[in-house]
Design a protein around this ligand. Structure first.
Ligand SMILES: C[S@@+](CC[C@H](N)C(=O)[O-])C[C@H]1O[C@@H](n2cnc3c(N)ncnc32)[C@H](O)[C@@H]1O
Length: 264
């Protein structure tokens, strides 16, 4: 995993917009609940790192009533004319960024999984917290992603294709599959006190077309790594995508862990 070469930085805008939109649609309600539980409130100064399309940035602007700092190495999907936030194009793996700046709320999601040295980044974020501030870090365990019921026709094939795609994606250096459960340990090593950590996953089935569509799109993306590595064939992928597309099968999502941490 290279420290700075974010894998999707070279993806087409349309493709990456769709992927980020899917992430937001799927996970924003969970993040919203976690921010409220952590104590977000009026007047707090907030920073979002790896802001993506900015849904959590806009949410934090609404919840705090302040102008949020939206940091991203690739801010092409943020709107420079939006008064609710200020864009900072920066690489959070550079330990000299945000010198002297302090925030009451810092959020990142699906960021550390892509970075070479997540602990170093958490140390940088810890330095940016006010004494009463909190950091909400949300990262996944991708390994819960599988067919929900092994007795459903096609379940074995689908789970095997997902597992193969995930292994190849990690091996290709795109991301770490299971950094979520490590968050309390990493945050403690960064000198922070962890006050909460839990993981959430859900079932995507025919009753939830949007999440189901996101699962299909995600599988297509990660399976490309397995096909390139020769561990998966195109017909196997097509069969798995067919099962998802026809919505004949329920899928357990990846688990998104959320950890809240404070200065000691
Ligand atoms: C998977 S997206 C998640 C976006 C957003 N956090 C969300 O959950 O909707 C990861 C984001 O982190 C940004 N990013 C990746 N590496 C970064 C770095 N080294 N410094 C700052 N941002 C980075 C990417 O450009 C992208 O917008």
């Amino acid at each position: 995993m290279s420290a700075t070469d974010y894998f999707a930085a070279h993806a087409s805008s349309e493709q990456e917009q769709l992927r980020l939109q899917g992430l937001e649609l799927t996970w924003d309600p969970i993040t919203h609940r976690r921010l409220l539980a952590a104590g977000v409130g009026e007047g707090q100064r907030a920073l979002v790192v790896g802001a993506g399309r900015g849904s959590i940035t806009r949410l934090l602007a609404e919840l705090t009533g302040t102008r949020v700092v939206a940091a991203d190495v690739d801010p092409r999907f943020l709107d420079p004319a939006d008064p609710r936030y200020e864009i900072r194009r920066l690489d959070i793996t550079d330990p000299t960024v945000l010198p002297g700046e302090r925030f009451d709320v810092i959020h990142c999601r699906f960021l550390l999984m892509h970075l070479g040295d997540p602990l170093a980044v958490l140390r940088t974020l810890a330095r940016c917290l006010t004494p009463s501030g909190f950091l909400l870090v949300e990262e996944p365990n991708m390994h819960t992603w599988a067919a929900a019921d092994p007795s459903q026709p096609g379940a074995d094939l689908l789970s095997r294709v997902i597992s193969c795609a995930l292994q190849a994606t990690e091996a290709a250096g795109v991301w770490r599959n299971a950094i979520g459960p490590r968050l309390p340990s990493l945050l403690s090593q960064a000198g922070l006190r962890v006050s909460a950590c839990e993981g959430t996953c859900f079932l995507a089935d025919r009753s939830d077309p949007a999440r189901h569509a996101f699962a299909t799109q995600s599988l297509q993306l990660v399976a490309a790594n397995a096909i390139a590595a020769g561990s998966l064939t195109a017909p196997e992928l097509q069969a798995a995508l067919g099962l998802l597309r026809d919505q004949q099968i329920s899928v357990v999502s990846p688990t998104l862990f959320g950890a809240v941490a404070h200065r000691p």
